[in-house]
Design a protein around this ligand. Structure first.
Ligand SMILES: Cc1cc2nc3c(=O)[nH]c(=O)nc-3n(C[C@H](O)[C@H](O)[C@H](O)COP(=O)(O)OP(=O)(O)OC[C@H]3O[C@@H](n4cnc5c(N)ncnc54)[C@H](O)[C@@H]3O)c2cc1C
Ligand SMILES: *[C@@H]1O[C@H](CO)[C@@H](O)[C@H](O)[C@H]1NC(C)=O
Ligand SMILES: *[C@@H]1O[C@H](CO)[C@@H](O)[C@H](O)[C@H]1NC(C)=O
Ligand SMILES: *[C@@H]1O[C@H](CO)[C@@H](O)[C@H](O)[C@H]1NC(C)=O
Ligand SMILES: *[C@@H]1O[C@H](CO)[C@@H](O)[C@H](O)[C@H]1NC(C)=O
Ligand SMILES: *[C@@H]1O[C@H](CO)[C@@H](O)[C@H](O)[C@H]1NC(C)=O
Ligand SMILES: *[C@@H]1O[C@H](CO)[C@@H](O)[C@H](O)[C@H]1NC(C)=O
Ligand SMILES: *[C@@H]1O[C@H](CO)[C@@H](O)[C@H](O)[C@H]1NC(C)=O
Ligand SMILES: *[C@@H]1O[C@H](CO)[C@@H](O)[C@H](O)[C@H]1NC(C)=O
Length: 503
């Protein structure tokens, strides 16, 4: 009701050319020199259009990270797949930039290159339709991770999704997509069978393994179109129960912890399919007032107690806190602090830059050097980064490595660890932004030099935005050539170049 009201009033104002004067950016005028009533007439009855002056526009454009955000003048909320087709063709006709959104957790700073245009908010496209054989599902292009998990769970099914409950499904999936089940089945993108997609030229097509585009959509997928729905592999729910051991260590143990982790899972073997680990560094003065702690999560599926062989070597180091819990797959979000109720799912107005790097193993000396910088940044007086978090994600890699290195545009199957500092801060101006950039880059450079793997390997979905396309998509010339050829063919004007653009 709000939206309809908003649209009617705004449409009148458009006629009178009043709204245009509200925009400080002269380019933004072009967005308003069009008649949105015409667009509205072409859309289904469940679609909405929001203008800035009226709620719920504000809630529809707010993002998880308030750093280098896209400038949006109009939000269109499609009610059907063909509405997406209609909006894209309308935008093309009037030369208006556009950006699809699902979970609003994208934070790469290339998003800020969008200086005006239409947000195509896909949230209503959230259907899950399970095939009669129970092996695949058609999944809406705007669905959130938690909604998909719950809908499949009800049917005693599962698939690989991002772990955080409030991120989109395709936002992560188009850039590879890491999740708890990847040890069995591979990445989120490895599950895709076909895409219903609106391309840059406005045509609405189905892309499957017979198309050259299929390869590129799996890993560099933000570059080529808007996916209205995807057909993906799903699986029977065979291991509903899970257990977690949380061990919180003093930062004094930084070298020993990561040395041990290397020995256990890199030198002496690889993590079993159903085992995952994360470690977080953060400053919690109630545990240690002087320096950040190292919290390690060991998560095992199909059991009520984590197998002691996985935890004993760490417990022998003497953690400050040790907690064991059990429950189901649905509890993992809450256990790891990323459920709908947790901090990472709230829009706080903070800037949330990350500086990701993939590594094959930890370099204990580099870990210790970076810890020292992190300690200073989180504990020194008046530092704006006291809430920073350093993430080391160690998912089981078996399902990922079972696929050939060249099956998709994701270039980093041979890596094991995804590390990134998340330098949360209140955006008070360019000084703190510069300080965050300097600190984050410095920490990442130390890890990069310690890893000594050549060209920086950065997960596009965690990227800061200053990395190159060779860091996001792999430095092998054949990868870059193949991506450039696809980009030239499917998006020569760069309409889908706001998120980790291929050069
Ligand atoms: C707290 C948190 C937890 C995270 N956890 C994980 C995780 O477990 N695993 C993981 O792999 N990543 C994870 N990420 C990173 C995540 O992959 C990215 O933040 C991703 O961009 C989020 O997608 P979104 O849909 O939420 O964001 P949005 O900002 O809505 O979208 C991101 C990009 O995807 C594009 N897009 C979205 N939907 C479509 C579509 N249907 N068709 C075409 N383009 C589309 C948008 O245009 C945009 O460019 C996490 C991030 C955060 C902040
Ligand atoms: C906008 O389009 C609608 C529907 O086609 C039309 O009724 C209206 O007169 C147009 N408004 C202006 C200002 O052109
Ligand atoms: C790794 O394997 C070696 C050789 O079998 C063994 O001596 C060592 O204790 C193992 N390390 C760990 C951490 O299990
Ligand atoms: C625990 O893990 C070890 C090593 O992988 C294995 O030998 C043992 O059977 C496991 N124990 C249980 C109870 O599964
Ligand atoms: C947790 O484990 C106990 C046995 O150790 C079991 O009885 C209980 O059902 C488990 N809880 C869940 C939610 O699976
Ligand atoms: C984002 O940060 C700016 C300052 O850079 C601030 O003015 C604005 O209110 C913040 N946005 C939100 C939604 O909090
Ligand atoms: C420690 O942190 C302070 C405050 O952020 C900063 O000014 C200083 O440069 C840092 N020192 C080192 C050695 O990184
Ligand atoms: C976590 O998992 C990764 C990937 O499987 C592995 O390389 C790493 O050693 C593990 N880390 C810890 C702390 O166990
Ligand atoms: C749009 O681009 C696709 C892929 O290049 C092409 O097959 C199709 O014919 C184009 N459609 C139009 C209407 O130009």
């Amino acid at each position: 009701m709000y939206s309809l009201f908003g649209w009617k009033v705004a449409a009148l104002l458009v006629g009178a050319n009043v709204i245009a004067s509200l925009c400080s950016n002269p380019l933004a005028h072009s967005t308003y020199d069009v008649n949105y009533s015409e667009l509205k007439q072409g859309l289904s009855s469940s679609a909405s259009i929001y203008f800035p002056e009226y709620e719920p526009f504000g809630a529809a454009v707010i993002r998880w990270s308030n750093l280098s955000t896209p400038t949006i003048n109009v939000v269109v909320v499609p009610g059907t797949d063909s509405d997406v087709f209609v909006v894209v063709n309308f935008a093309n006709k009037h030369h208006i930039p556009f950006l699809a959104t699902s979970g609003m957790h994208g934070s790469i700073n290339t998003l800020g290159r969008m200086d005006h245009g239409i947000e195509i908010r896909l949230n209503q496209l959230d259907g899950v339709d399970i095939s009669t054989d129970g092996k695949t599902a058609r999944i809406g292009g705007g669905i959130q991770s938690k909604s998909l998990i719950d809908k499949l769970w009800t049917a005693r099914k599962q698939t690989v999704t991002g772990t955080c409950e409030c991120v989109g499904y395709l936002g992560p999936g188009l850039g590879d997509g890491h999740g708890w089940l990847q040890g069995h089945y591979g990445l989120v993108s490895d599950q895709f069978i076909s895409f219903d997609i609106v391309l840059a030229n406005g045509s609405f097509v189905t892309v499957d393994e017979n198309s050259d585009l299929f390869w590129g959509l799996k890993g560099a997928g933000h570059n080529f179109g808007i996916i209205t729905s995807v057909k993906a592999k799903i699986y029977d729910l065979t291991h509903p129960n899970y257990a977690i051991d949380t061990m919180v260590f003093s930062g004094d143990y930084v070298k020993q912890i990561y040395q041990l982790a290397n020995e256990l899972w890199v030198v002496n073997g690889t993590m079993p399919d159903g085992l995952n680990n994360w470690s977080y560094w953060y400053y919690d003065p109630t545990i240690d007032s002087e320096k950040p702690v190292i919290a390690m999560y060991i998560i095992e599926e199909g059991v009520n107690v984590v197998n002691a062989t996985h935890t004993k070597p760490f417990l022998d180091l003497g953690p400050l806190i040790h907690q064991s819990k059990n429950g189901t797959y649905l509890d993992l979000g809450q256990w790891t602090g990323i459920s709908l109720q947790d901090g990472p799912c709230q829009e706080t107005g903070n800037a949330n830059p990350r500086f990701p790097i993939y590594m094959k193993q930890y370099n204990p000396d580099a870990q210790a050097q970076v810890y020292e910088l992190f300690r200073n940044a989180t504990t020194s007086d008046s530092s704006p980064f006291s809430d920073a978090l350093f993430m080391f994600e160690g998912y089981s890699q078996n399902g990922v490595k079972a696929q050939g290195n060249d099956v998709s545009a994701f270039a980093y199957r041979s890596e094991n660890i995804l590390a990134a500092p998340l330098l949360t801060y209140v955006p008070t101006g360019p000084a703190v932004e510069q300080a965050a950039y300097k600190l984050g880059s410095k920490m990442r450079t130390i890890l990069d030099q310690g890893a000594n793997e050549g060209n920086l390997k950065a997960y596009v979905n965690y990227a800061y935005g200053d990395e190159t396309a060779t860091s996001w998509y792999g430095s092998q010339p054949w990868r870059q050539d193949r991506l450039r050829t696809l980009k030239q063919k499917y998006d020569p004007m760069g309409k889908f170049s706001f998120y980790g653009p291929i050069d």
